[in-house]
Design a protein around this ligand. Structure first.
Ligand code: 6PG
Length: 471
């Protein structure tokens, strides 16, 4: 065969990725389970190096050896179906890459199963949406280190660039790439929720108009908050609905969807015993937003707080900005502490600084501030929590009063800010000399003889608790 790589799945993501590869000088074969999608892709003025195929055997036959097949299809059953069709047509040494949002446990299972046939399986996290796929996504490949060299020129060739560096690096073994992508999405949920809460604060505490809020986000995007999500948020507030002339954001129903990667991150955090309160808050906020009837009912029967007036001046807006920046740091501190736990649990060779550095461009959470995370891990690869890095620590200490004030203002006025609150709580819980766990231990020992440790001597102790009061 002549083709450098074959892309399976000619939907928007798959065809865009295939075109991106073709633009970078690779000969790319495209195939889809149903021919209509391939026909559509072939009609969308593809680069000359893109070659549509309508027969699976011909498609596989067109590939250079070792064959490289890149799946860009929906996660779940479709991936197992595709492997079932394609693997029998491959030989030892061939490579299958899965670029979808597959669950990392599925990737580990598929990796191990295909290894028995000497087929290398890569779980590849790809972030950046449709535009990213076409022009340069962030890419997180996980699988066998040695086989990576064979896909490296293509993946690093098509990835986004942060300066000169490609936003693609070998992440780790088997499911590591999809794991890192999953947590990326969890952080994405927290980032988006924080921005949504900032909007609520500016609107309902600050009483600001959509136009003003858009200007504020636009201004923030040239400072330390500079990021893709802040940038698109500024754009969103400037968009007008053609039919009604209203701000489009006001026409959109207040109900968020989700495809599940944020929930996976949250479940995974519970399983690993890592506090990802902000990501969980973001998931819960999306869930609650969907309780349309209950929300209408509660709005009618539950009393809203009064809340005194706030002076909305430059200081207020600056305090909100500092709050957002600080809460964002906490979200990343939480997300990266899950990477730390996963590295230990799965024995993956995760390099936290490198992960942050490939998030600098191409992906949805791309932000200037990620360089700071890379710097922190380069200084101290064993950093227990990002908050303890000198730069982040002084930023948190400097901005925590603003975060506290913003949270209090919103709570007093009954504006729901679960992610901001979770960030504040995380800082306070870490910092606080007492968490009340001594009382929890007493209760556990009282009702279940679960024992406790003492502050004054080694060992575990059980106490025979007295019933001082009638129950
Ligand atoms: C990305 C995104 C993408 C994800 C969407 C939708 O990195 O390009 O994370 O992979 O599918 O953001 O996710 P939800 O539907 O769960 O919001």
């Amino acid at each position: 065969g002549m083709m450098d790589i074959g892309v399976v799945g000619m939907g928007v993501m798959g065809s865009n990725l295939a075109f991106n590869m073709a633009d970078h000088g690779f000969q790319v074969a495209g195939w889809n389970r149903t021919p209509d999608m391939t026909e559509d892709a072939a009609k969308r003025n593809p680069p000359a190096n893109f070659h549509p195929f309508y027969d699976l055997k011909e498609f596989i036959g067109s590939l250079k050896k070792p064959r490289r097949v890149f799946l860009m299809i929906a996660a779940g059953d479709p991936v197992d179906w595709a492997i079932g069709e394609i693997a029998p047509l491959l030989e030892a040494g061939d490579i299958i890459l899965d670029g979808g949002n597959s669950f990392y446990e599925d990737t580990r299972r598929r990796h191990d199963a295909l290894k028995e046939k000497n087929i290398c399986y890569f779980g590849v996290g790809v972030s950046g949406g449709e535009k990213g796929a076409r022009l340069g996504p962030a890419i997180m490949p996980g699988g066998d280190r040695a086989a990576y060299e064979s896909v490296r020129p293509i993946l690093e060739g098509i990835a986004a660039r942060a300066g000169e560096e490609p936003c693609c690096t070998y992440i780790g073994e088997d499911g590591a790439g999809h794991y890192v992508k999953m947590v990326h999405n969890g952080i994405e949920y927290a980032d988006m929720q924080l921005i949504a809460e900032t909007y609520l604060i500016l609107k309902h505490v600050g009483g600001l108009s959509n136009a003003r809020i858009g200007e504020i986000f636009h201004a923030w995007n040239s400072g330390e908050l500079r990021s893709y999500l802040i940038g698109i948020t500024a754009d969103i507030f400037a968009e007008v609905d053609e039919e009604t002339g209203a701000a489009l954001v006001d026409i959109i129903v207040d109900r968020a969807g989700q495809k599940g990667t944020g929930r996976w991150t949250s479940l995974e955090a519970l399983a690993r015993g890592v506090d990802l309160s902000m990501i969980s808050a973001a998931c819960n906020a999306r869930v609650l937003s969907n309780l349309t009837e209950e929300r209408a009912h509660a709005g009618a029967v539950m009393t809203a707080p009064e809340g005194a007036a706030v002076t909305v001046d430059a200081d207020f807006i600056e305090a909100v900005r500092c709050s957002l920046y600080t809460a964002k740091i906490v979200a990343y501190a939480q997300g990266f502490s899950l990477y730390r736990a996963a590295k230990e649990e799965f024995g993956w060779s995760l390099d936290f600084g490198k992960i942050a550095s490939i998030f600098r461009a191409g992906c949805i959470i791309q932000a200037e501030f990620l360089q700071r995370i890379t710097d922190a891990y380069e200084k101290e690869p064993n950093l227990k929590n990002l908050m303890f890095d000198d730069f982040f620590l002084s930023s948190i200490n400097g901005n925590a009063p603003s975060l506290r004030r913003t949270v209090c203002l919103a709570v007093e006025r009954g504006v729901p800010i679960p992610a901001f609150s979770a960030a504040m709580q995380y800082i306070d819980a870490f910092r606080s000399p007492q968490l009340g766990a001594n009382l929890i231990q007493a209760q556990r020992d009282y009702f279940g003889a679960h024992t406790f440790e003492r502050v004054d001597k080694e060992g575990s102790f059980h106490h025979v608790w007295q019933e001082h009061y009638e129950k």
